[in-house]
Design a protein around this ligand. Sequence first.
Ligand SMILES: Cc1ncc(COP(=O)(O)O)c(C=O)c1O
Length: 390
Amino acid sequence: MKNINKYVEEAQQSGIRHISDFVDDTSDVIQLTVGEIDLPTPEKTKLAGINAIKKNFTKYTSNAGTLELRKVISTFVSKHYGMAYDYKNEITVTVGVSEGIDLTLRTLCNAGDEIIMASPAYPAYITSTKIAGAKPIFIDTSKTDFKLTPELLKSAITSKTKAVILNYPNNPTGTILSVDELAGLAEVIKKNDLYVITDDVYDLLVYGSIKQSPSIVTLPGMKERTVVLNGLSKSHSMTGWRIGYVLAPESISQEMFKVHQTNVGGASSISQAAAIAAMTEDSDNPAKLVPIFAKRKKFITDYLDKLNVPFVNPEGAFYIFADIHSFKMSSWDFSIWLLKTYKLAVVPGTAFSEYAEGYIRISYAADLATLKEAMSRLESALKSLKIVNE
Ligand SMILES: Cc1ncc(COP(=O)(O)O)c(C=O)c1O
């Protein structure tokens, strides 16, 4: 048999799914793996979806998304980022942020291009970069509080560098960057004439005094070289509806459009109708989620403190990146052991590149009762390792 596409062959299945696939449906495993909010999609959004079906709004839409939804997105982002994006030429409605990632990398990359990403990195960045024929270049951020710095960025740039991917609030660490920190990166990006892809999907799920995590696109001279990825999966518990959007200058958007049209045709008409309600009538949903997640985060971080397990204190998103170096097991072995022996599923750090060895990701997108049981299982596991005293 002839070989299949070598770029696809070299790409790996997401390590997050990999570990959750180990869990059989019938077992009493607590899954703190997939980044999916336990709470339902808000009511008005659901109703808009139901009404769309009842009114037979069930056909193809314009490829880039319905004009009505693109107008709503344009109005939303004018407040959210304080920036004007033309709904006709600069906004594409995608099948989740996942499609946005793939679409952007396919559009920007030539074979052999290098794409810089901070490690730990969300697995789809790695896979989509490889499938696009480009090479992921990882920057280890574990010594800089899991933040990409201008110095680290400079040291990774070569003549082949095409773009940098930023994801703050970060999955898996929950780290965010301040405007000043982003400005330092923006200078390096402009000086080296790079594109930047900013995945802002968690930007409204932030703790502390700010209401929104800053984005590099808002800095002077950045719009022309930035592709913004955002969507409703996290802010509105809409993972199954598959709605994201890409904001990019017209010159890039028009090229992306060819890829998007070929790959998916367009996002679901029903989901697009629901998305309009999510971004208008249910626009307060992320603000409602924040205090719920803040409580869960406090519960988990207090418990890990009690168990003496170090972790990155998350400023956004809903994950804890816990340091397990002292357990003397690889993150994969530890995760499999925890799953098989204590029926607790977490994600090994290596799902986020080899540079994230020695960590596990615990998702706290689960209710407090589930988290309590999960932490008690973790405590039993650590006691059996004699890491926590009996
Ligand atoms: C950083 C990041 N980007 C993108 C996605 C995918 O989002 P969607 O479900 O909208 O495709 C996720 C999902 O976990 C994520 O964590």
